[in-house]
Write a new protein. Structure first.
Length: 202
């Protein structure tokens, strides 16, 4: 997993609440277990009109947001079914942090396991960010995980909370597998000992 320390990036606006995982990545894109190529399905039902043409008003179809690494959205982002393809698709697009007033629990946990930092801010802070983003062609903020601060170019700084264990894992780039591999020498020594003690198990 890619480590997360400090990120300065363009903010993409998704001004919708209760965005569920089937809208983030519709079911027809779940046939693969690969984590690449999923950006093609990201918000597919919203990116396209009923006739199949691209909706020019949706953020991912606008040139200024093609390199966005921060997603700004509303309450209860990531609700619905538990599909890890949702953070995979966002990450494949380039999103490394999501700013919202609240997240669905399972999606929130999945983000940390995939190197995306979900940040909970007050509704007032989110509205300020929407106002700034929508009033400019591009708008960048800095997400500082070490200091737990969102820094705006105008000078405001919004603090956020994060579980210390998750913060440490993100900074070190450790997912569940990475955490286990830290103990690889001890695991190998145990398996070697057990294979001598009980060879019929191996």
């Amino acid at each position: 997993m890619q480590a997360f320390t400090t990120l300065t990036g363009t903010v993409a606006p998704l001004d919708r609440a209760d965005v569920d995982t089937d809208q983030i990545i519709p079911k027809q894109y779940l046939k693969t277990i690969q984590r690449t190529g999923l950006k093609e399905g990201l918000f597919a039902d919203w990116r396209q009109r009923p006739d199949g043409t691209l909706d020019p008003d949706f953020f991912s179809n606008q040139s200024q947001y093609q390199e966005s690494s921060i997603l700004l959205t509303r309450d209860n982002f990531g609700c619905g079914s538990s599909r890890e393809h949702a953070p995979w698709a966002l990450l494949d697009y380039g999103i490394r942090s999501i700013l919202a007033p609240s997240f669905a629990d399972i999606f929130y946990n999945n983000c940390f396991q995939n190197g995306i930092l979900p940040v909970v801010l007050t509704a007032q802070a989110i509205q300020t960010l929407f106002d700034r983003v929508l009033s400019k062609h591009t708008y960048q903020v800095t997400v500082d995980l070490a200091e737990q601060v969102i820094a705006l170019p105008e000078g405001e700084r919004y603090t956020f909370t994060v579980d210390p264990f998750r913060k440490d894992c993100m900074i070190k780039g450790l997912d569940g597998i990475g955490l286990t591999l830290q103990y690889e020498p001890a695991i190998s020594a145990y398996e070697a000992r057990r294979s001598r003690e009980a060879p019929w198990l191996f």
